[in-house]
Design a binder for this molecule. Structure first.
Ligand code: ADP
Ligand code: MG
Length: 699
C-alpha cells in the first residue's frame, strides 16, 4: 500500500521512513533507543566541535586554534624509533607548515602528495617551523566543494553499526523540519522574562549550533523544559492528593498533649517541639499530611514519631509504623514498649515469622481496630494486612531511601504520612526526589552530648594512636574497631595492610596490642545468639574492644563506647563513615573517631578531610552528592531519581529552582491545565508520565 515514503515528518513516524535510514539502519537506531522521529529529535549529541574559519598559512599563530586548507607536498612515515609517526609538509600560496600524526601508518595511502586537505588544530613551533600535531582533518577530493565545516558539528553517541558521520548526515538535512514539529509551551512574554529561546530554535541548535553561544541557549531551554515538567509533575501530584483524598483531622487538646508528654522521661528539645508543632498542625486538617522528618542519628526522631502516633491513637485511629528491615522494626517496637510501659494503648509487632493461625489473628485485630499501634516492615504490613481505621503511617527509612513512594496509602485509605530519614538530604534532592513533601528538620541533638573529635591517622602514627586508645581503655572507656571485611581476601597475604583490615585477623593482632584488655570479635555472619551474647557483654562493659564489621552501623546505643577506629577508612563511603561515627558521642563524654587510611586518591582524601572538619550530616551529604553525583548516592531506580536526559540537578541547580517556582505557581493557578495556552504543556506532561502521576484523570 505504502509504496512511497511519507513526505512530511511527524513525530510518531518510525525512524525507518526518514530519508537515508531504511530497515537496516532503523535496526541500528533502535539499538541506540531511537524508534520514532520524536526519538531522533531528542537524540542529543554528547559533544560539539567548533572549528574556526580557514585562514592562510601565513596567518597562523603558534598555540592558537586554526583551520587551514593546503596541498600536501611531501610525506614521510617512520615505523621505527620511539613512536611510529606519519609526517606531511603542506603548503598554500602564502607558506609552508608541517603536520604529524602519531601512529599514522593508516594514512600512508590516503595522504599522498598533490592532495588537498583541510586541517584544524593548534599549531606549535617545532624546529623553527609551525607544526600541527594530530589535527582533525578531511581530504578534499578534487570534485567536491571545500567543506571544512564537515570537521565540525555534533558528536552523537554512535555505535559500531551507525557512525557519528552517518547520524549527522541523516539529521542535518531534516533538522529544520524536525525542530519545527516541537510545540512551544510558553508565550513570548514569559520567554522574554526568563530569557528562554523558543523550543524549535532550541532543538535546531542543540543538534547544529552555529556557535557556542547559541548552543548554550539551546541547552538552557531544553534543560529548563525537562526540569519544569518534572517539577510540574510533582506539583500536580501533590495538588491531587491534597484536594481529592481526605484524611482524618486530628484534634490536639492540652490534655492529650500532656498525656503524651508524660510518657517521656525527659523534656523534649526545642527542635523536637517545633517539629511536633508542624506535624500537629498538618494533622489537624483533613488534607493529608505528607511530611519528611530529617534528623541525624540520635537526634530524637523516634520520640517525635511516637508523639504523632499517640496523637492519632487519641483521635481513635490506628498508627502504623514501618521500618526497612525486621531488625529495625523490632528495635522501634522495643523502644516504644519502654515508653508505653503500663499504658493501655494496644500495640503489636508484625514479624515475618508469624504464619497461619497467628497471622489470621493479627489480621482480625488490625482489621477490626482492636490494636492501636502496629509496627513492622513495609513489605509485611503492605502485603495482606488491612486496617479498620488507619490515621497515620510513619515510615522510618534510616539511611535507606525509596520506600516512601510505595507506602503512601494503606489499601486505598488516605492517611497522614510521615517519612523519617537519618540521611540528611541535600537541597537538590529535597527538591526533586522528595519534591512533593514538606520538610521538617531536627538540627540539634538532645543536650548533654560531648564533642566528637575526628582524626585522620596515617600508618606511621598507628602506634601513637594505640597509646592513646590504651589510655581511654584505662579510663574504663570502650572502643570499636571497624574493618571493611571479615576475613582476608584470597589476594591478601597475611602481613599486608589489607589483611590488617580484615576483622577476624585484626582481632588477633589487637588482642596482643591491648594485652591487658578484653578484645572480641563481632560480625554479621555469626549466629544470632552469639551476636546477642557479645552485644550484651559489650553493653555491660565486660568487653573493652569490639572488633567488628559494618554490622554495627545501625541502631547500636552504647554510651560508654567513646572511641571508634575505622580501619581502611578510604574504602567506606562518606554516608557510611558518618553513620558509623553516629555510634559514638551519645552521652556527655567526649568521643574520638580515628580514621586509619593511606591514600593518594584526591577524591578519597577530600572525603576523609571533610570527615575531620565537620560532624554536620548535611554538609557531609552535600559534599558526597557533589563528588559522587546523585546516581551513585542513591541508586536511581530504587530511589525514584528523575530520569533526566539533559539537565543535571547539581550543575543546573539555579535553573531547577526557577523551574520549580514556575511549575508550582502554574499548578496553583491552573491545576487542571485547562487554559488553552497550557494545552501543550499538558500534552507533554501526559506523554512524559502517562497516568503514573494520575495526570490523565487530572486532565
Ligand atoms: P533517632 O531515632 O533520631 O536516631 P532517638 O529518638 O532514638 O533518635 O533518640 C536518641 C537517644 O536520645 C535516645 O536514647 C533517646 O532516649 C534520647 N532522647 C531523645 N529525645 C531526648 C530529649 N529530648 N532529651 C534527652 N534525651 C533524648
Ligand atoms: Mg531511631
Amino acid at each position: 500500500m505504502h509504496s512511497t515514503k511519507p513526505e512530511k515528518l511527524d513525530l510518531t513516524m518510525p525512524v525507518q521512513f526518514v530519508k537515508g535510514v531504511g530497515p537496516t539502519r532503523a535496526k541500528a537506531f533502535e539499538a541506540l533507543g531511537v524508534k520514532t522521529v520524536a526519538d531522533l529529535l531528542e537524540y542529543f549529541p554528547r559533544d560539539w566541535v567548533f572549528i574556526p574559519e580557514p585562514v592562510k598559512i601565513s596567518e597562523l599563530h603558534p598555540n592558537e586554534n586554526a583551520t587551514v586548507a593546503a596541498v600536501i607536498e611531501q610525506t614521510d612515515f617512520r615505523a621505527f624509533g620511539r613512536q611510529p609517526m606519519f609526517k606531511a609538509v603542506v603548503a598554500d600560496e602564502t607558506g609552508v607548515c608541517r603536520i604529524v600524526w602519531f601512529h599514522g601508518g593508516y594514512l600512508k595511502n590516503k595522504l599522498t602528495p598533490g592532495k588537498v586537505i583541510v586541517a584544524s588544530g593548534k599549531p606549535a613551533v617545532y624546529k623553527h617551523q609551525l607544526q600541527f600535531t594530530n589535527p582533525r582533518f578531511v581530504v578534499l577530493d578534487g570534485a567536491g566543494a571545500a567543506e571544512p565545516q564537515s570537521l565540525a558539528g555534533p558528536v552523537y553517541p554512535a555505535s559500531a553499526k551507525l557512525a557519528n558521520r552517518q547520524i549527522k548526515r541523516i539529521i542535518q538535512p531534516i533538522i529544520d523540519d524536525l525542530a519545527s514539529t516541537a510545540d512551544e509551551f510558553f508565550d513570548d512574554k514569559f520567554r522574554a522574562e526568563t530569557k528562554l529561546i523558543t523550543r524549535p530554535d532550541a532543538f535546531k541548535w542543540i543538534h547544529f549550533p552555529p556557535d557556542a553561544e547559541k548552543l548554550a541557549q539551546a541547552k538552557r531551554r531544553l534543560k529548563y523544559d525537562e526540569l519544569f515538567l518534572m517539577q510540574l509533575g510533582l506539583a500536580l501530584k501533590r495538588y491531587k492528593i491534597r484536594h481529592f483524598s481526605p484524611a482524618v483531622a486530628m484534634n490536639l487538646t492540652d490534655k492529650i498533649d500532656s498525656r503524651i508528654r508524660r510518657r517521656f522521661p525527659f523534656l523534649l528539645t526545642e527542635d523536637q517541639n517545633n517539629v511536633i508543632e508542624e506535624i500537629a498542625a498538618d494533622m489537624s486538617k483533613s488534607v493529608p499530611m505528607n511530611r519528611l522528618l530529617q534528623g541525624d542519628v540520635g537526634s530524637g526522631k523516634t520520640v517525635v514519631a511516637l508523639y504523632a502516633a499517640l496523637l492519632a491513637v487519641a483521635n481513635k485511629t490506628q498508627a502504623v509504623i514501618m521500618a526497612p528491615t525486621e531488625i529495625l522494626a523490632g528495635q522501634h517496637f522495643l523502644s516504644i514498649e519502654r515508653y508505653l510501659k503500663g499504658s493501655d494503648v494496644k500495640r503489636l509487632l508484625v514479624t515475618g515469622g508469624i504464619t497461619g493461625k497467628k497471622r489470621n489473628e493479627i489480621r482480625k485485630k488490625t482489621g477490626t481496630g482492636r490494636v492501636d499501634i502496629v509496627v513492622g516492615t513495609v513489605a509485611l504490613i503492605q502485603k495482606d494486612i488491612e486496617f479498620a481505621n488507619p490515621g497515620i503511617v510513619i515510615i522510618d527509612e534510616q539511611h535507606k531511601f525509596g520506600v516512601h513512594q510505595r507506602a503512601g496509602l494503606i489499601r486505598d485509605k488516605t492517611t497522614h504520612r510521615l517519612v523519617m530519614t537519618a540521611t540528611p538530604i541535600p537541597r537538590t534532592l529535597a527538591m526533586t526526589v522528595f519534591g512533593d513533601l514538606d520538610v521538617s528538620v531536627i538540627q540539634h541533638c538532645p543536650p548533654g552530648r560531648g564533642k566528637v573529635v575526628t582524626r585522620w591517622v596515617s600508618p606511621e602514627d598507628r602506634s601513637k594512636a594505640y597509646d592513646f586508645i590504651r589510655q581511654r581503655l584505662k579510663a574504663k572507656k570502650q572502643a570499636y574497631f571497624v574493618c571493611p571485611r571479615i576475613e582476608p581476601g584470597p589476594f591478601d597475604s597475611h602481613d599486608t595492610a589489607d589483611s590488617v583490615k580484615a576483622a577476624a585477623h585484626h582481632c588477633k593482632i589487637l588482642a596482643k596490642v591491648f594485652g591487658d584488655f578484653n578484645v572480641e570479635l563481632l560480625h554479621g555472619r555469626m549466629r544470632s545468639d552469639k551476636k546477642q551474647d557479645i552485644m550484651s557483654r559489650f553493653r555491660k562493659g565486660q568487653i573493652d574492644v569490639l572488633v567488628t564489621t559494618i554490622v554495627i552501623e545501625v541502631g547500636l546505643d552504647i554510651p560508654n563506647a567513646t572511641v571508634m577506629v575505622i580501619e581502611g577508612a578510604d574504602r567506606f563511603g562518606l554516608a557510611q563513615l558518618h553513620q558509623l561515627r553516629g555510634r559514638i558521642g551519645r552521652r556527655q563524654d567526649n568521643s574520638y573517631c580515628l580514621l586509619f587510611a593511606e591514600t593518594e586518591n584526591e577524591t578519597t582524601k577530600s572525603r576523609l578531610e571533610i570527615m575531620t572538619r565537620t560532624n554536620d550530616g548535611f554538609a557531609i551529604s552535600e559534599h558526597d552528592l557533589k563528588i559522587r553525583g546523585p546516581g551513585e548516592l542513591f541508586s536511581a531506580r530504587q530511589h525514584g531519581l528523575p530520569d533526566l536526559k539533559i539537565a543535571n540537578i547539581i550543575e543546573d541547580f539555579d535553573l531547577l529552582t526557577l523551574a520549580r517556582r514556575n511549575a508550582f505557581e502554574l499548578a496553583r493557578s491552573d491545576p487542571m491545565l485547562n487554559q488553552p495556552n497550557h494545552h501543550n504543556i499538558r500534552r507533554a506532561l501526559i506523554k512524559k508520565f502517562g497516568d503514573k502521576l494520575g495526570l490523565v484523570d487530572v486532565a
